[in-house]
Design a protein around this ligand. Structure first.
Ligand code: BG6
Ligand code: MG
Length: 217
């Protein structure tokens, strides 16, 4: 029996959510916009372009397309500067054993991320080979909470949405999985991810018997 196991990237597999936050905070500060960790939750799982719009809306700042394009480039350059030395050590605790266990159980694995930087991150951290399919920000036209990214991933893994299991750290991503009629597993705080079907603080809290139960379901 096989399911489709779909992983978000930022904040699920690697702790890059903190780098996105720092890079956006720099842009926001430059524009005199206050940008807190709470505001940052609104950006998790959201595309780069939409993230900038949310920040500008928060600060009630209107901007030309030219300025927006400039800030989008600055944000990404700053974000990428944090990734220069990235290696296996940036993989979040408990993730590798779960990927390994899924492979042992012959379960197909996909990435379902809004990021356009997903592939280089998987390469740098040495885990690209675990993924049977990669769907990222370059492949979708509708951002989470639209389920498009996960529906494409399930299709590539030749699995029905109801047999897909999604690991997500963002509210938008959990909503996308739920709307897509998939099993949603929140990785993070209960108070934030309350819409998820299951919630774990991190992957160290997920044991083999839980994964086996998901496979059998
Ligand atoms: C998501 C992150 O995975 O990817 C968002 O949660 C980010 O914070 C989005 O904005 C787009 O990423 P990138 O790397 O294409 O700017
Ligand atoms: Mg994420």
């Amino acid at each position: 029996m096989t399911k489709a196991f779909i992983f978000d990237l930022d904040g699920v597999i690697v702790d890059t959510a903190k780098y996105h936050y720092l890079a956006w905070k720099k842009i926001a500060s430059g524009l005199g916009i206050e940008f807190t960790h709470e505001h940052n939750e609104l950006l998790k799982g959201v595309s780069r372009v939409r993230s900038l719009d949310i920040i500008l809306e928060l600060g009630k700042v209107e901007a030309s397309q030219e300025d927006k394009d400039k800030w989008l480039i600055q944000k990404n350059e700053d974000y990428l500067s944090y990734l220069v030395d990235m290696d296996q050590n940036e993989i979040l605790p408990g993730v590798l054993p779960v990927l390994q266990f899924l492979k042992e159980k012959n379960q197909p694995i996909a990435l379902g991320s809004a990021s356009k930087n997903a592939r280089p991150i998987l390469e740098k951290t040495g885990i690209l080979h675990y993924f049977d399919a990669i769907v990222d920000g370059n492949d979708v036209s509708n951002a989470k909470p639209d389920p498009e990214v996960f529906l494409i991933a399930a299709k590539l893994l030749k699995t029905e949405p109801k047999d897909a299991i999604v690991f997500e750290d963002s509210v938008a991503g959990i909503q996308a999985a739920n709307i897509g009629n998939m099993v949603s597993i929140g990785i993070g705080e209960k108070s934030i991810l309350e819409e998820a079907q299951y919630i774990f603080k991190d992957f160290t809290q997920i044991d083999k018997s839980f994964i086996e139960q998901l496979i059998r379901k």
